[in-house]
Ligand binder design. Structure first.
Ligand code: ASP
Length: 338
């Protein structure tokens, strides 16, 4: 089932680009958190069957990532695997379930960051890449650059054995209908900001800490429905949608990217933890419910600090989220009060 991610991770090990984690501190607690978007998600918006499938996919992804951690794997591998599972689901706005842009194309962004050495990889505005997070990881491990975009990123992908899919693979009726509604609305470019049940962001992301105490974060998205061709959101921007630094925390964001970029949300949370010495929860609250909300931005984050504390903070009605904390407790949530 996780064929692509596992093959990819093995290829990195074999090529020597990545060495298997040596467990320096086997007693250290591991933890992982994931999200699959935030927004106007209210009970009754979805039928029971869809809600059940979403919950099951979140649980499967978070448990698969956790399994990597408990068997001695790295936080980078855990984050990568969890995100590929979410990208392979038609329910979330990343990989297979990506939204359509204004040209009726699926244009994908992703990034990943290693908190142990601040290395990072990102791709923006790529097409037909089955798992953009694997391409972002390749950019990190096999190039001297942090971000590749568009055609150049796709050539790099072909040269590095990254899997492509045809346009049909990415077609979902649900996303197609969203595009039609957006195009028919009075103010198409502001469609995502309307008070409609479709008004939600469903980018995916993960943060984790491994046995060595290394933090990692990753994010993958199709961006926003009806976005302009070439528009890049926060998800592939290191410091905005993704950040990880062992000295502070790891963050992955979802929401209205234009606001997250200007507020440098992910980095701001880590900076507050590092320089103000405040708790992860307080830092996330100050940025999401303070700064971002004051600017008028909607969305949320998942974050983890160097002790494995988790924050799942959003200023919207709901956020698809799941975690396994340092005690091994599994949590899955969609709505605000659960
Ligand atoms: N943050 C993403 C973007 O602006 C959208 C999302 O979170 O769904 O591209």
């Amino acid at each position: 089932m996780y064929r692509h991610a596992i093959t990819f991770i093995l290829s990195l090990i074999v090529s020597g680009a990545m060495s298997m984690t040596v467990i320096a501190n086997p007693g250290a607690a591991v933890a992982i958190a994931i999200h699959a978007g935030s927004g106007t998600i209210r009970k009754g918006d979805f039928d029971d069957a869809r809600e059940q499938e979403v919950r099951e996919t979140l649980e499967r992804a978070v448990k698969a990532g956790h399994q990597i951690l408990t068997s001695g794997g790295s936080s980078l591998d855990a984050v990568t695997l969890a995100i590929t599972i979410l990208e392979d689901s038609p329910h979330f706005n990343a990989g297979k379930g990506a939204v359509f842009n204004a040209e009726a194309r699926n244009e994908l962004d992703a990034s990943i960051m290693d908190g142990s050495n601040l290395s990072a990889g990102a791709v923006a505005a790529v097409h037909n890449i089955r798992n953009p997070i694997l391409l972002a990881r390749k950019v990190m491990s096999d190039s001297v650059h942090v971000m590749l975009m568009g055609e150049g990123a796709e050539v790099f992908a072909r040269n590095h054995g990254i899997e492509f899919e045809d346009d049909e693979y990415f077609f979902t009726d649900h996303r197609w209908q969203q595009l039609q509604k957006a195009k028919a609305s009075a103010n198409p470019e502001a469609y995502q900001l309307s008070e409609s049940p479709d008004d939600w962001f469903s980018t995916v992301g993960a943060v984790a800490i491994d046995h060595e105490g290394n933090l990692a974060a990753g994010t993958s998205t199709g961006g926003m429905t009806n976005k302009r061709w070439g528009r890049v959101g926060d998800s592939p921007i290191i410091g905005a949608g993704t950040y990880a630094d062992n000295r502070s925390c790891a963050v992955s964001a979802t929401g209205h990217g234009e606001y997250f970029i200007r507020a440098t949300v992910a980095h701001d949370i880590c900076s507050r933890v590092q320089y103000q010495g405040i708790s992860l929860g307080d830092a996330a609250d100050a940025v999401i419910n303070g700064q971002l909300t004051e600017m008028g931005g909607d969305g949320g984050i998942i974050a983890m600090d160097r002790k494995g504390n988790i924050s799942l903070t959003f200023n919207t009605a709901g956020m698809y989220r799941a975690s396994v904390d340092t005690a091994g407790t599994v949590y899955v949530g969609i709505y605000r009060d659960e």
